[in-house]
Write a protein that binds this ligand. Sequence first.
Ligand code: UDP
Length: 372
Amino acid sequence: KKNLLVFGTRPEAIKMAPLVKELEKHTNSFETKVCVTAQHREMLDQVLEFFDITPDFDLDLMKPNQNLHQLTADIITELKVVLEEFQPDYVFVHGDTTTTMATAIASFYSGAKICHIEAGLRTWKKDSPFPEEMNRQITGRVTDFHFAPTTKSKSNLLKENIQESAIVVTGNTVIDALLESSERVKHIQNKEISNLKSILSEQKELILVTGHRRENHGQGFIHICAALKEIALEKPNIQIVYPVHLNPKVKEPVNEILGEITNIHLIDPLGYPAFVWLMNQSKLIITDSGGVQEEAPSLGKPVLVMRNNTERPEAVDAGTVILVGTDTRKIVDETLSLLNDVAHYNEMSGKHNPYGDGKACERIIRFLLAQE
Ligand code: UDP
């Protein structure tokens, strides 16, 4: 069988990389090619380099100020050429980006079977997160095999009348990537990690922050930055590290409000190895990222999630994640409570990770081999 894996953004690349590597062990059964849309050029390339993946097709579609309409049209049009040339049996897409949705539609039109990794996450709210919720629902409609990370995501798919035999619970492939990378970062020489060591103090507790979601652009980021400023001033003995997303709608307010505060380090987005290293060093993580919410519980790090609802309720239920939205007061209060209340901190950091055991890719491949 011929497999085509298509992805375009940093998180998709991190979560698809272990599958690319696992499929490389099965060349007797599969011919596998990788196509990148490069929806996020720079952040994607960092991941490809770390996992040593050279795409077979590179659509290089990122444009300045790109809009979703043009991007969708470009992906569908350009992918048609790749699908005609390679004629894959299976097209693998991941998660909920515009690359995911447009690839799924293009593959559906071309008659390839669609395998959706990280299937079945839902908020059931059309606009939240935008456009991810609709991207994954639309992808789910045309998918043939749904690889759901948890039983919760499987039950979401069953509610949409997806056949149970087309759903496999695998765990999230991000844990496969994280476990392998956490081991590897202990032994590699990495310039970004050396730079971080030179700016950070080993004596000070570290809060790691990331944020990029479209729904938080505007007022959301202003409130988030106000909270970070208050925490930094209230606790001069902690250090906050914030790798700032490249989107100007994030970069501008963050630099403007937090640029001058001495115990806040605003840095460029990090390559995956340095980010994994930094997660391991941190006391707690404040984020609106999906992937980070899934990774942090594996490392025993409490997470405050700057969203009002989440398609990842498993960690909230397990007690390793608290939703704080973008309310300045709530972000400050929950952070201070984790910093000041040791019992509360230990309670949150000691829970188990509900997102898998690092063997998701093995399960995906086992399922496909059984289809032969
Ligand atoms: N990440 C990274 N460098 C950074 C920030 C995040 O490599 O500076 C990784 C992180 O470990 C996670 C993924 O990127 O695996 C999350 O990406 P993002 O937050 O952009 O997207 P989301 O998960 O919200 O879709």
